[in-house]
Write a protein that binds this ligand. Structure first.
Ligand code: SUG
Length: 413
């Protein structure tokens, strides 16, 4: 049994657009009403997966959901033609941000020795609150092997749970028992906190964990860190975080060192990278990954184009710290909605042989996915098109073409 980390990326759906639906997500608010380029955005996502595969990392996918979500609109007593302002929420391609799909606790950490996944309820934002039924269906297919996986339904509302974006795991190596850290928020004056302590505690209990809990700092939320993964990222023994990410960080770091004496905390001080630059550049929304040549930081182009961030990152690589390589990726279509490289993926540490192979990809399968996107994803969607799209049959046809190519038509209900 070899446990490795697989990154499951959400494929950017054909309805990708900028509707300004996420208060507190500054990039999404700034992009509201701008035209979107679903085909280009989806191909950027495929190129990122290819870059990861070429680093020798195991890669998987999660599929776009049926949008506009007719079933959700029907529960609200309407349909795509009459949905008014609800239409944008029903049509959002937000399921692409797989870091919000679920919280994952690998087998070495859990009481029953299985890998536990809890689908996130995402109840804070209406456009995301209707994702979980389809996400759950996909997770139950991908991780159907009950000897190795336990897939849980959502934590009940009103306790907001946004999944792995507010969860970190530190360990000597992926296959060793780890310390799982849940980061929660408290709603401040400006923006909602999307991860509630009650939800994190429920997930930890259900997964059978001895977890640590730490509160996000109010400054971080106010600066636009609507998820912890906008100001911190962890991999194996390394925790990379902005100095202003956590409230009561000394207590947190102390507890972490007690549980994992080899932990290396790399804090980025505001004098080197301000919270504003951290949030605008998405430095911390990088994927920190283990490669045979040491750790690599897969970071958005926007980080390399922000002088303070670039200087910090280049100093890290020049020094003898754990980050040995920077891998910039262009995911600008997703970034404009506040989703960086790390938002697009869900990490699952498991034995790849126990996963439904239809969800696992390598280069040849990525070629087939790219061909479907080229053929079926719209090139451009402007705000002025929304009125005529409404039922958007072409989006459903595009999704079905993808499911067919991946032999995953059973994902559609
Ligand atoms: O939930 N944006 C997403 C971005 C999620 C990023 N995920 C992580 N940080 N892990 C969100 O705010 C914008 C949709 C719109 O406005 O059209 C949006 O949902």
């Amino acid at each position: 049994m070899t446990l490795v980390e697989i990154n499951f990326d959400g494929i950017v759906g054909p309805t990708h657009n900028y509707a300004g639906l996420s208060l507190g997500n500054l990039a999404a608010t700034r992009s509201a009403g701008a035209p979107s380029f679903p085909r280009a955005a989806a191909l950027e996502g495929v190129a990122k997966m290819r870059a990861c595969a070429r680093l020798g990392l195991a890669q998987g996918v999660l599929l776009p959901h049926a949008r506009p979500n007719r079933r959700w609109l029907a529960e609200l007593g309407t349909d795509p033609r009459h949905a008014g302002r609800l239409w944008a929420s029903a049509a959002s391609a937000s399921a692409m941000w797989a870091a919000n799909a679920a919280t994952v606790s690998p087998a070495p950490d859990t009481r029953d020795g299985r890998c536990h996944l809890s689908v996130a309820n995402l109840v804070t934002m209406p456009h995301r609150a209707h994702e979980w039924p389809e996400t759950l269906r996909q997770l139950r297919l991908a991780f159907a092997d009950e000897r190795h996986f336990a897939v849980h339904g959502p934590v009940p509302p009103p306790f907001g749970d946004e999944g792995a974006a507010n969860h970190m795991r530190l360990c000597a190596s992926h296959d060793a028992p780890g310390v799982e850290v849940f980061v929660f928020g408290e709603t401040g004056e400006l923006y909602p906190a999307r991860q509630r302590y009650e939800a994190s505690a429920a997930v930890a209990r259900r997964h059978g964990l001895e977890a640590l809990f730490v509160r996000q700092s109010a400054e971080a939320i106010a600066a636009g860190a609507f998820h912890n993964d906008v100001v911190a990222v962890a991999n194996e023994t390394v925790l990379l975080a902005h100095e202003q990410a956590f409230a009561d960080k000394e207590r947190f770091f102390g507890a972490l060192r007690e549980r994992l004496p080899d932990v290396q905390v790399i804090e980025v001080p505001p004098a080197e990278v301000s919270l504003t630059d951290a949030v605008a550049s998405y430095l911390f929304n990088a994927q920190l990954v283990t490669t045979p040549e040491g750790m690599a930081l897969i970071l958005p182009l926007e980080a390399m184009n922000t002088p303070s961030v670039r200087a910090w990152a280049e100093r890290q690589v020049a020094g003898n710290g754990p980050i040995r390589r920077l891998v910039p990726v262009d995911v600008r279509g997703s970034m404009a909605n506040g989703g960086g490289p790390a938002c697009l993926r869900l990490r699952v540490v498991c034995d790849p042989a126990t996963v439904d192979p239809r969800f696992v990809v390598e280069e040849a399968k990525l070629d087939r996915i790219a061909a479907v996107i080229e053929a079926h994803w719209p090139e451009r969607v402007g705000a002025e098109d929304h009125d005529t799209l409404r039922d958007w049959p072409a989006a459903e046809a595009a999704r079905r073409a993808l499911l067919e190519v991946l032999d995953l038509s059973d994902v559609a209900d």
